[in-house]
Design a protein around this ligand. Structure first.
Ligand SMILES: O=c1ccn([C@@H]2O[C@H](COP(=O)(O)OP(=O)(O)O[C@H]3O[C@@H](CO)[C@H](O)[C@H]3O)[C@@H](O)[C@H]2O)c(=O)[nH]1
Ligand SMILES: [Mn+2]
Length: 352
């Protein structure tokens, strides 16, 4: 079957380890373009398996291309992946971690996670009224009795959040007390997360429409030199959800699954996540209280408003949030620099 939406998709992979996992994905990923973000030591040579079409950026590249704005891209944290979102010119992004593999569905068939994500993103979402048969646009399902006809057209889907068999995405404390827990439950469903409801977005198996919500998919200042780590994807999930709710876009979670064979160390993770474990008790009520002005009609405008609110409302928690708010503005400046001029300027920046 021809690769769907080829030419409209970039696969963004952050790595501080190796790309050998790509062999496992070759049948599904080989036709698509990869954007690899090499974190950590830029002098380390990361081998990309033969046959893949890719661009690779290490820290030296990021510093060269962004100049002073590189300060908004994290170092030594998976958050660095958002540089790939910035330089991509495609409509859809799929981002996946380098310790994730092809899972099998209950029939034993290999799951083409990318194809399922693109299906999720190209069918409407239903954030305003919950359909109890889940995805009404799926083959063999529909809207149930009592579902308002005025809402059956749905809204554009901006985010598709996939799940994981084997090692679930638990925080460090949970993983430390349940080191042998494995997720063996395959739930055959795709659901729209209702408007006004936040969720802990995991970037391990995530796709989104870059044109609708790309500017809000900033993964923040995490890792080296920062008091927080491994809250990158969740931060982007809270920001992008309030932006999607405001702009009338949908966020879906559920299928596809992949197989996660986690390589990170829970003790190291605890140190990185520690402050987030109590800061989130203040961050989440903040996001739940966000009301964006009606004048904000695109993701950039929403994000700049959010940055102001972060500085005002979260700044009192810790000076870190003042820096974070400033980095959010830098991110949008970089986004507009890369996404306003003609493509020629982008290419010249990349090849300089
Ligand atoms: O300093 C770093 C650490 C990691 N990476 C790359 O980021 C992803 C995720 O790393 P890892 O698989 O070690 O993390 P997990 O705990 O298994 O996954 C959850 O934590 C989030 C990390 O932010 C992740 O998105 C969640 O799913 C891998 O590709 C690492 O190579 C890095 O670039 N720099
Ligand atoms: Mn992992």
């Amino acid at each position: 079957m021809a690769p769907i939406l080829n030419g409209e998709v970039d696969i963004v992979i952050p790595t501080i380890r190796s790309l050998d996992f790509l062999e496992n994905w070759r049948p599904f990923f080989e036709p698509y373009h990869l954007i690899i973000i090499q974190d950590g030591d830029p002098t380390k040579v990361i081998k990309v398996p033969q046959g893949f079409d890719y661009e690779l950026y290490n820290r030296d590249d990021i510093n060269r291309i962004l100049g002073p704005k590189a300060s908004c891209i994290s170092f030594k944290d998976g958050a660095c992946r958002c540089f790939g979102f910035l330089v991509s010119k495609k409509k859809f992004i799929y981002t996946i971690d380098d310790d994730c593999f092809v899972a099998k569905d209950p029939s034993g068939k290999d799951i083409d996670a990318l194809a399922q994500h693109l299906d999720n993103l190209t069918k409407p979402a239903t954030p305003y009224f919950f359909n109890t048969l889940y995805d009404p646009y799926r083959e063999g399902a529909d809207f149930v009795r009592g579902y308002p006809f005025s809402l059956r057209e749905g809204v554009p889907t901006a985010v598709s959040h996939g799940l994981w068999l084997n090692i679930p995405d638990y925080d460090a404390p949970t993983q430390l007390v349940k080191p042998r827990e494995r997720n063996t439950t395959y739930v055959d469903a795709v659901m729209t997360i209702p408007k006004g409801t936040l969720y802990p977005m995991c970037a391990m198996n995530l796709a989104f429409n870059r044109e609708l919500v790309g500017p809000a998919m900033y993964f923040g200042i995490m890792g080296d030199g920062q008091p927080l780590g491994r809250y990158d994807d969740m931060w982007a999930g809270w920001c992008s959800k309030v932006v999607c709710d405001h702009l009338g876009y949908g966020v879906k979670t559920g299928l596809p699954y992949l197989w996660h064979s986690k390589a990170s160390n829970p003790f190291v993770n605890l140190k990185k996540e520690f402050k987030g474990l109590f800061w989130q008790e203040e961050m989440i009520p903040f996001f739940q209280s966000v009301v964006l002005p009606k004048e904000c009609t695109n993701a950039q405008q929403c994000y700049l408003e959010l940055a102001k609110m972060v500085k005002e409302k979260l700044g009192p928690i810790d000076p870190y949030f003042h820096n974070f708010a400033a980095a959010m503005v830098t991110w949008i400046e970089a986004w507009e620099e890369f996404n306003a001029p003609a493509k020629a300027k982008i290419d010249s920046l990349k090849s300089a």
